[in-house]
Design a protein around this ligand. Structure first.
Ligand code: PRP
Ligand code: URA
Length: 209
């Protein structure tokens, strides 16, 4: 699976370890989720398109490299993807934001769609899809399908923890999509939770446990 990047940086591992701890409080969990999202975003944007613009430093004029921020859309998978937005918007504050509302039916483990809202010209934008957990992979597969129906051609995925099963499913269906994760865990349990994971990301971000 050549397009799956597990970012092995000590800072990311350190912050993720604190998130995994069941005694970590909501506010710290949220802050760490945003921090890690920012670091993953830094990696995912390393080959983003740039252009040159003439600027004047206090010393002389020069051709400066810039990113066309408006060509990038961060799409958060509700609810838990919202917990990644503030962090990633710190590195590209003028990027557009879209939302896909999905929840996982706890009995069937299938993703159920309840809301979508995208920037107007999403089909021409580079989309970075945000969801902290890839368990069965169903939510991401459905999100990609929705984006492709809207004509989106460029999609990357950012996630904190993925299961091997979920990654395989996404990779089997969409070979060309890059996935950036902070950790690939052992497996799924019988309830579809990632092991060891961090529990229910949405509940821990919003304090709804
Ligand atoms: C969680 C998580 C993912 C999904 C992952 O969302 O944020 O979206 O489960 O599971 P999957 O890979 O098996 O689809 P959840 O359905 O709990 O909704 P929430 O974010 O509203 O809590
Ligand atoms: N969703 C979560 O938030 N956590 C899991 O472990 C699996 C799905």
């Amino acid at each position: 699976m050549k397009k799956i990047f597990e970012i092995n940086h000590p800072l990311i591992k350190h912050k993720l370890s604190i998130m995994r701890d069941k005694y970590t409080c909501v506010s710290e969990f949220r802050n760490l989720c945003n921090d890690i999202s920012m670091f993953l975003g830094y990696e995912a944007l390393k080959e983003v398109d740039v252009f040159e613009e003439n600027i004047h430093t206090p010393i002389k004029s020069m051709k400066a490299v810039k990113i066309l921020e408006e060509s990038i859309a961060f799409v958060a998978v509700l609810r838990a993807g919202l917990g990644m937005l503030d962090g990633i918007l710190k590195i590209l504050p003028s990027a557009k934001v879209g939302h896909i509302g999905l929840y996982r039916d706890e009995d069937t483990l299938k993703a159920v769609e309840y809301f979508t809202k995208f920037p107007k010209n999403i089909s021409n934008m580079n989309v970075i899809l945000l969801d902290p957990m890839i368990a069965t992979g169903g939510s991401i597969v459905d999100s990609i399908t929705i984006l492709k129906k809207h004509g989106v051609k460029s999609i990357k995925i950012l996630s904190l923890i993925a299961s091997p099963e979920g990654l395989k499913r996404i990779n089997d269906e969409f070979k060309d999509i890059e996935i950036y994760v902070a950790a690939i865990d052992e497996k799924l349990n019988e309830k579809g939770y990632i092991v060891p994971g961090l529990g229910d990301a949405g509940d821990r971000i919003f304090g709804t446990e």
